[in-house]
Structures are given as structure tokens and as C-alpha cells.
Design a protein around this ligand. Structure first.
Ligand SMILES: [Zn+2]
Length: 335
């Protein structure tokens, strides 16, 4: 691999034992600060040799559960209870996280559509480049804690790119069962080569993500699943010693394969959902009505499911535009 040309620098030394915190400095020369930098918080906890893990949240700034859970983990973890190294990036797209937005207010960048990034691009592209070229090569595992953010909410789920071989499927399912969310789904890489999932695959790093509730809030139930799941997974890969939290509910292993798993608004208007999270639907089951409130004497448009499955994700805000995602399904995993 070509040498990294990243302009970002970490204040802490990832090779040093112990617990360090500081910032990754992203040079940002603007009117109010000619030689300034954006401070992206980073923590490294290392205790000798062992598994090398990246824990990341705030990839999307309005997905708060992971940012809260990683902050709590940062304050709690002690090097003596660790083996190897965890690098924790709790607000990866820091400008987006500080704005409480999915994308960066500086350049509209969506970090999880920006890999492999650009060393001389906008701030979001530079963060992506640094993660792919500098952080992932230091890691064996990358766990990225998303949720539905402002516009969607999920039944708490883990996800990963659909593996190629039966042995890899079993290993992936095993990791999802260890995490212990109600659902774990294998996805066919629908968002292309620009996600952290794709970057991890390029780097040969084992990746798992979450979609842990959302709706622009943090709930005790979602946080419990996330915090215990992170600790169980760290224990499973050998990074955390001692007793892991007791196993949670059984994880149903699912798949999300293509565009027909998603339902979109056909018209602008007000969204009346006709199903709830967890419902089982058939092909043609009505998903929601879109009411034309600018011409309320017209009948609403009906959005329907294009295939059978279980509803794991739904839109939260009532106002929709044509093209907004209303629901997505998962189906039981089939080899
Ligand atoms: Zn996300």
C-alpha cells in the first residue's frame, strides 16, 4: 500500500501501553483561525500484545447511542483489564457530531459515503482517508456503532457485509449472537464501496456494525443492549478479561439483499404508517399512506411492501418527500 499522505495527526501514541486521551488534529484554516485545527477526540487503551480493535461512533453525528456508550466505556475501562489495544473514536465525524447532524455542516460530507477518502479533500474526506489509511491498518477488528439517526428508527440490530463462505457466515453469525441484539443481518453491500464496511474489507479487518434504535434520541433499553453487547464482543475477541455481562436475548440471523427490501415515499405529504417495527409482512402488504395535505380532498397514495419479511426499520418524521425511505425489511438468512 502507498504511504499515507494524511494531513491529520494524533496527539497520542498508539504504540504506548496504558490509557491515553487526546485529539486527532484536522488542519482547518479559516477566517477566525488561520492556523487552527478541528479536535477529533480519540482514546487509546493498550496492555501489551493482543487483539487490536477500533471502536467507532459518530460516523453519523445524529446517532447518539454509540457516542454515549463509548464515552461511558472510555471512562470505565482500565488497561489492567485489557489485552492488546482498543482505539476509541466516539465522534468520528466530529463536526457532524457537534452539530447533531448526519452530515458535516462544513462540507455536507457523509462520512460513511466518503471512503476511501481524500488526503486533500474537504474535512469529511480527510477524516475518511485518515481512518482508512492510518487507523484500519493498526486494527484486526472494527466495530462501528450506528443507529437510525434523526429520520429512522430500528429494532436494535447488528449488521455486517454478507460473507462469501459458509465458514465465514458461521463466524459472523457467532459474533452477532455474542453481541446479543434481537436481530443481526447480513447485507449485500447496497451502499457500495464508500462505507467503513467496505474500507474494513479492503484492509482485511473484521467488521461489524450496529443499527441500534435511533429516532434522534437515546433510550435506556437501546443503551443497555449496546453497552452489554460491546463488552461481550470485546471479551469474545480476547481484548477484555474478566467476566462479560450475561448473554442477552437470542439473536435472529437475517439478511437484507436488495432494493425490494426497502419502501420509499412515492409522493410528498404526511406519512401514516400502517405497520409497526417487528411486524411480519407479505408481498403487497400496505406499508403506509401518504396524505396530500396541500390538496386534502385527494385520496392518499399507498406505499406497499415489494416482498415478504420482518419490519426492522421505519421512518420517524411524519413529513415526507418523494424518495424518502419509509421502511426496510429483513428476511431470515438463507445460504
Ligand atoms: Zn449511521
Amino acid at each position: 500500500m502507498a504511504r499515507s499522505q494524511s494531513r491529520l495527526t494524533a496527539e497520542i501514541d498508539f504504540e504506548r501501553d496504558g490509557k491515553q486521551h487526546g485529539f486527532i488534529r484536522l488542519p482547518y484554516s479559516v477566517h477566525r483561525s488561520a492556523y487552527g485545527w478541528i479536535p477529533i477526540p480519540v482514546v487509546c487503551i493498550k496492555n501489551g500484545d493482543g487483539p487490536r480493535v477500533l471502536l467507532m461512533a459518530g460516523n453519523h453525528g445524529d446517532e447518539y447511542e454509540g457516542q454515549v456508550a463509548l464515552g461511558k466505556l472510555i471512562r470505565a475501562l482500565k488497561p489492567a483489564e485489557m489485552r492488546g489495544r482498543v482505539i476509541i473514536l466516539p465522534s468520528a465525524n466530529f463536526p457532524a457530531a457537534m452539530a447533531g447532524m448526519r452530515t458535516s455542516p462544513l462540507d455536507e460530507g457523509n462520512l460513511n459515503r466518503s471512503f476511501p477518502g481524500d488526503a486533500y479533500g474537504g474535512p469529511t474526506a480527510q477524516i475518511a482517508y485518515y481512518i482508512e489509511k492510518e487507523l484500519l491498518p493498526l486494527c484486526d477488528y472494527a466495530f462501528d456503532f450506528h443507529s437510525g439517526g434523526s429520520s429512522l428508527t430500528y429494532i436494535p440490530s447488528t449488521l455486517m457485509r454478507r460473507p462469501q463462505t459458509p465458514a465465514e457466515v458461521e463466524a459472523g453469525a457467532d459474533l452477532m449472537r455474542t453481541f446479543g441484539a434481537p436481530f443481526g443481518y447480513m447485507a449485500d453491500g447496497g451502499w457500495g464501496e464508500h462505507t467503513l464496511t467496505a474500507a474494513a474489507a479492503r484492509a482485511g479487518v473484521t467488521h461489524m456494525g450496529t443499527e441500534i434504535a435511533g429516532g434522534g434520541q437515546v433510550t435506556p433499553a437501546a443503551l443497555r443492549i449496546l453497552e452489554a453487547g460491546i463488552r461481550r464482543v470485546l471479551h469474545k475477541v480476547g481484548a477484555l478479561t474478566g467476566e462479560p455481562p450475561p448473554a442477552a436475548a437470542e439473536t435472529r440471523i437475517m439478511q437484507v439483499r436488495g432494493a425490494d427490501y426497502y419502501v420509499y415515499a412515492s409522493d410528498p405529504g404526511l406519512f401514516e404508517p400502517l405497520v409497526e417495527l417487528g411486524d411480519t409482512v407479505e408481498t403487497g402488504t400496505p406499508a403506509g399512506l401518504i396524505h396530500p395535505h396541500d390538496t386534502p380532498w385527494r385520496e392518499p397514495a399507498t406505499a406497499g411492501f415489494a416482498r415478504a419479511g420482518t419490519v426492522i426499520c421505519k421512518r420517524v418524521p411524519g413529513r415526507v418527500e418523494r424518495g424518502d425511505c419509509l421502511f426496510h425489511l429483513a428476511a431470515d438468512f438463507e445460504a
